[in-house]
Every structure is written in C-alpha cells, then in structure tokens.
Design a protein around this ligand. Sequence first.
Ligand code: KIV
Length: 269
Amino acid sequence: MNQEYKRITTNVLQEMKARDEKISMLTSYDYTLAKIVDDAGIDVILVGDSASNVVAGHETTLPITLDNMIYHASSVVRAVKRSLVVVDLPFGSYQGDSQRALESSIRIMKEAGAHAVKLEGGSEIIESIERILTAGIPVMGHLGLTPQSIYKFGTYTVRAKENAEAKKLVEDAKLLEKTGCFSIVLEKIPAKLAKKVTRSVRIPIIGIGAGPDVDGQVLVLHDMLGMTHEFNPRFLRRYLNLYKDINDAVESYVKDVKSGNFPNEEEQY
Ligand code: KIV
C-alpha cells in the first residue's frame, strides 16, 4: 500500500497518472465493507449504482433512486478516512435536464458528504456535466458499456468494436477532458482502444474489462469477493469465494442451533 498520500484527492489521481502509478478502485455500498476496503489502502471507492443489482437484487441499474444512492453513499463516507469517494448519479437524475443534474449532485455532496459524482455518457450529457462543474463538484465520466442505457444497447456485450463507435468514444473522452472531468471510467471495450484513449488524454482512465493499458482498474466488490457466483464475465478476477464460505458458515450455524450445540457453556451468562 502506498502510504505517501494521507488522503486521496482528484489532484492526487492526476499526479498518479503523471508518474505512471496505477490507481486502484472498488465499489462499496455500506459502512462495514467500506471500512475494510479503505483500511486496505484502496485509492478510490465508487458508490456505484450497481447497488441496484448486487444489494437490491434488481436486474438492471435503472430502478435505484437518488435517495437510495444518498443512503448508500452516506454509510460509506462515515467509514472512509483515506479514499476518494465517488458516487454514481442514478438513472433519471441528470439526463436531459442540467438544472436537475446540478440539484442531484448537490444533494449527493451535501447529504452524503461525497467527494465527487460519476455520470454515464459523452456529448449527450455535456450540458449536465458543465452545470455540475459550475458548483465546484468534481465529475468522473463513464464511457463504453454504460449500463443505464442497457435498453438502447440490448445486451451487456463489449462496446465500440466497430469503427464509428470507437471514433465517437475517443472524441467523447477528449470532450469530457476538455469540459473538466477529472477522470473517466471505460467499461468493457477492446484493450487496444482503451490504450489509445488513455494516451489521448491527460486525465486518469480507469478500466473495467478494458485491458491493462489504462491508468487504473475498478471492479464491483461483491464480484471480486466471489459473493455473486452466477456472474462470470471474462474480465473478472475473483480473490475469494465468499459465496461458498458464507454458505458453509450459515450451514454450520443452522446445524449447531438445531443440535443444541450452540450456545455452549462459555457462550452464555
Ligand atoms: O456501478 C458501478 O459499479 C460502476 C462500475 C462498474 C464502474 O459503474
């Protein structure tokens, strides 16, 4: 763990890119896990709208509300001492209405104590990004596979394999940088294209399913801990099999309760 930085800020992330130090990022949605993740030295914690899937059990990220995101984000912020906490603006809270985007972002910063917001999209949402930035709120972009547009794409397959989409993605990345975003997430795009984008901009590019030649990596915490055992994309590396470990522990507890083995002499007053 790099102890050099006591507190990760957007400026620190830019410095890391400038000196070729990779940026680590994971999601968290609650106090207990965010505390572990922060203590372990992660640079950025994303309170992702993936909470809609992994916490609430929805099929997509569309149903999660701004109030839900503020609840998750405030729980995470209370746990964090060092990491930069970035919070997703949920579907419907910023598209097509820059005033609404600004109000949603102000609520996230004020009520949750977040450090930055993340929005999905490029030129289509540039007015919203500009408006949020006027309030001094740092903005992270998100290009490539943008799950809030799943009903436009139809599938969660790799994006920007065709020339036209790849060209728009590079243009969008440059536009986000020019507008003032401090970083961009690139999700599920060819590694070669991610490398090209990373070299085309000065702001840090964080990849998920975007290969190694980016400035940092992000994964969904529940996926990398092996809690979501039915989700198996090629880009995912599992560091634990918590589904099995928790399942085994609960089975043992049930057995002990049923048999009268729990609590024992030492586990009572
Ligand atoms: O919501 C989320 O978890 C995300 C990451 C996949 C980047 O946006």
